[in-house]
Design a protein around this ligand. Structure first.
Ligand SMILES: Cc1ncc(COP(=O)(O)O)c(C=O)c1O
Length: 447
């Protein structure tokens, strides 16, 4: 039995000075219940809480860490830079170095600018698309999360009463901003075509994650992105790939490279900062020129491209660029995949497991079919997931505290970490399903 008394006490104190005791809502564990834990330190694949419990980390700061925690090269670069100054309000060689690496990695982009978060990156990309086209509507997909800017949290124009509740729905967005977004089901090109037929001349851009990572892990159907590209071309709208999660996760650059899609604008974040706060928007010169001085679109930031983040990002990307890095990462992913499939089969658990590279997800529903849309995601058993999350935490595995996040594998995970996760996960699912069936009065054989 793990004790988390210090975490509980800290949260009690934290709640007196911060709403829910957190600076970002997921950390309150609202979706999974139970006591959230407070981190003390982390290294490699392990994270320790303030009570001294050690967990194998599959949250990895919501995917910001591809190298695990406190990687030597990154720590050294950040420490060196800290002694030279943390922010200057001036440009640095470090930021040109990082910009060159990213621009060279992804043929779709000619220019890039750094900001401090994925939120800012997507917000600015959307602003550029609207300025360039002189149109106001953005299309996004159900279950997507593109940060918390007003424009991306606005209520979609076509959100009918039957629609699944929109993710990140919020009050406080100015009324006139609402209805400037259209919502489409992920993987539903026909619906997208219908939206273009109805609103084509008003659509500035389609904003899409190449792999949907904010609803567990949902892969695009073959041809989905090519059809989006073709529709954007036909109707004069821009295609924005939100690669805040996918960028540099599967290959050195945007995953648009390996998908063979040529987006107009690409947003990055998370991994490219090496664990420090970052966002970046990038794209073709004809769109990026809008943010140059005297042009149409404004964006700035006191901490944009701060040297600490640039040092961390450069150090991380240098490790990612080493020959064999992504092959080794993919091998870890396929090891976990084999282990989870074996464990689920041995326990007769009919859940689907999806994986691409180092990103994976288990669909908590009795179906061999992969999830394709947010509607599918909502058919999962959130109650069983809650129990599984608590069981895994107790056994020393930190999983994302939401069924709508993927499992984040890092280069720091050992094969033992992955094998033990597979065993613990399948066993926790089996026990939680049995518990649930018993509560519902079903025979245990039904699980
Ligand atoms: C796809 C996507 N875009 C944008 C964001 C916003 O990034 P940030 O949290 O750095 O503002 C996120 C955050 O998780 C994301 O998953």
């Amino acid at each position: 039995m793990r004790f988390t008394t210090k975490s509980a006490n800290l949260f009690m104190h934290g709640r007196s000075v911060m709403p829910d005791g957190v600076s970002s809502p997921m950390r309150a564990f609202a979706q999974v219940g139970g006591n959230p834990i407070c981190a003390a330190w982390a290294r490699g694949s392990k994270i320790m809480d303030v009570d001294g419990n050690v967990y194998i980390d599959f949250l990895n700061a919501f995917g910001a860490l591809l190298l695990g925690h406190a990687r030597d090269e990154v720590v050294e670069a950040v420490s060196r830079q800290a002694s030279l100054g943390t922010v200057y309000g001036l440009s640095t060689a470090l930021e040109y170095e990082l910009a060159e690496k990213i621009v060279a990695s992804t043929p779709s982009i000619d220019k890039i600018r750094f900001v401090c978060s994925g939120t800012e990156a997507v917000m600015t990309a959307a602003r550029i698309a609207r300025a360039h086209t002189g149109r106001s509507l953005l299309v996004k997909f159900g279950g997507a999360y593109h940060g918390h800017s007003d424009a991306l949290l606005a209520t979609p124009l076509n959100l009918g009463p039957a629609a699944v509740k929109m993710k990140g729905a919020t009050q406080g967005v100015a009324e006139q901003l609402n209805r400037e977004v259209l919502l489409c089901e992920y993987n539903d090109e026909d619906q997208l075509e219908a939206l273009f037929s109805a609103h084509g001349p008003q659509i500035a851009a389609v904003l899409v994650e190449p792999f949907a990572t904010n609803m567990g892990f949902v892969e695009p159907r073959p041809g989905f992105h090519a059809r989006i590209r073709a529709l954007c071309d036909r109707h004069g709208a821009l295609l924005i790939f939100d690669e805040v999660v996918t960028g540099f996760r599967f290959n050195f650059g945007g995953v648009c490279n390996s998908l063979g899609i040529d987006p107009d604008l690409v947003t990055f974040g998370k991994i490219i900062g090496g664990g420090a706060p970052i966002g970046a928007y990038a794209g073709k010169a004809r769109y990026m020129r809008h943010v140059a001085v005297g042009n149409r679109v404004f964006q700035s930031g006191t901490f944009a491209a701060n040297p600490l983040t640039m040092a961390a990002g450069n150090a991380a990307l240098d490790v990612l660029a080493r020959p064999g890095f992504y092959e080794a990462l993919d091998a870890r992913g396929s090891w976990l995949e084999a282990a989870i499939r074996r464990q689920l089969a041995a326990r007769h658990i009919p859940f689907h497991f999806s994986r691409h590279g180092a990103l994976a997800g288990v669909a908590f529903r009795d179906s061999r079919e992969p999830m394709r849309s947010y509607r599918d995601v909502k058919t999962q058993d959130y109650d069983v997931f809650k129990k599984v999350h608590a069981r895994l935490l107790e056994r020393g595995f930190l999983m994302p505290p939401s069924l709508e996040e993927p499992i984040f594998i890092s280069a720091a995970h050992s094969l033992d970490d992955l094998t033990s996760l597979a065993e613990a996960l399948a066993e926790s699912i089996q026990l939680s399903r049995a518990e649930r069936a018993a509560a519902d009065g079903q025979p245990t054989s039904a699980v």
